[in-house]
Design a protein around this ligand. Structure first.
Ligand code: KG4
Ligand code: ZN
Length: 344
């Protein structure tokens, strides 16, 4: 089994060839950091144009690197949502054209399912059900992953996603874009107890996350001129981690027995976050699994892998007229949360 994966839902254009035995035969990721940096965030129109320019050459490159052609693939898997709709359409339409030309099945993948199943690409021992903390630029969710296509959402953010809070903190501190890695780097030089910052919703009986108040507190701390930027970065990161630990503890108590605590999404690339969640897993006697950083941030190998998982679980391929979706919850039964603004 060989699947070509395509990812274009935000600001990473990516293509990958993944085999059913978990080998990533080739993968390529083109970031758009330089294009979006002047604006301090992703500009949807610029992102869509960049995907349109780069995607086809990237696909050619991974096929060439693997020494394979379209005819060697068993299916084409592309992110069909949720995400910035212009970019998603570029990837999905490209996948449709390739599926048609190669007479191959099309797999329209939920980007969040890509993140959710990515740990199983690197860990064959990871079995269902597992607890998943999915932390990215657009999402912050706690899920019970019961199987392929079966997700129970226990918590989400009522305002900002954690990656967004990292990016805004970076902007406030003048660290540029993308912010997460820059905040992590600066935090290593700071004291995480130096700046008093709130831990929104910690201890609350409701299950959700909130980061808007933390972000505003970072802004006030920075404007006060009293604190070193490194101390603000370290204190922010620690406050965020305290929120993640408290909310994850609560969610673990609200779900049945699970095989592991799993961390995925772009913020899972953060070493302090990984260490803290690993500590919680140990405390609970659970295995801890997190993909390597390159598979945490947006990539196409996770999309190809989700396609393989869906085929192996017996899901039918998707029709060529399937639409791109700006919003696409993993758990359609989850109640909408008051004030929840999903970035895209
Ligand atoms: O999963 P992802 O690549 O895209 C979305 O689906 O949103 O996540 C991107 C987010 C950005 O907000 C970025 O700042 C954050 O992940 N991120 C990090 C780190 N690396 C990426 N946040 C904290 N520490 C990092 N090392
Ligand atoms: Zn993502």
């Amino acid at each position: 089994m060989l699947v070509l994966g395509i990812e274009s839902s935000c600001d990473e254009t990516a293509a990958a060839l993944v085999a059913g035995d978990r080998r990533i035969l080739a993968q390529a990721i083109a970031t758009q950091d330089a294009e979006h940096a002047p604006y301090g965030g992703v500009v949807p129109e610029i992102a869509a144009r960049a995907h349109a320019e780069r995607l086809t050459p990237l696909i050619e490159r991974v096929l060439r690197e693997a020494g394979l052609g379209l005819a060697d693939c068993n299916a084409i898997a592309a992110t069909a949502g949720p995400g910035l709709i212009g970019g998603v359409m570029v990837g999905l339409v490209t996948a449709k054209a390739l599926a048609m030309a190669g007479e191959l099945p099309l797999l329209a993948i939920n980007h969040l399912e890509g993140h959710a199943l990515s740990p199983r690409l690197v860990d064959p021992q990871l079995t269902f059900p597992y607890a998943l903390l999915l932390v990215s630029g657009g999402h912050c969710q706690l899920l019970e992953v019961q199987g392929v296509g079966r997700y129970r959402r226990l918590a989400t953010t009522i305002d900002d996603a954690l990656g967004e809070a990292f990016d805004k903190t970076a902007k406030i501190l003048g660290l540029g874009f993308p912010g997460g890695p820059a905040v992590e780097r600066l935090a290593t030089e700071g004291d995480s107890r130096a700046v008093p910052l709130p831990r929104p919703l910690v201890g609350s009986t409701e299950p959700h996350f909130s980061f808007a108040g933390l972000k505003s507190a970072v802004l006030r701390a920075s404007q006060s001129g009293t604190f070193r930027p490194a101390d603000i970065a370290a204190s922010f990161q620690q406050a965020a981690i305290d929120c993640l630990l408290d909310r994850t503890r609560r969610a673990l108590g609200a779900m049945g027995a699970v095989s592991a605590l799993v961390l995925a999404g772009g913020v899972a690339a953060n070493r302090q976050v990984r260490g803290a969640l690993e500590g919680l897993a140990t405390e609970r006697g659970l295995r801890f699994v997190a993909p390597p950083p390159l598979l945490c941030t947006d990539n196409a190998a996770m999309i190809a892998w989700a396609g393989i998982e869906r085929l192996e679980a017996g899901f039918a391929p998707d029709p060529l007229d399937i639409a791109a979706r700006p919003r696409w919850p993993l758990d359609p039964a989850a109640e909408p949360v008051r004030g929840a603004g999903v970035k895209a």
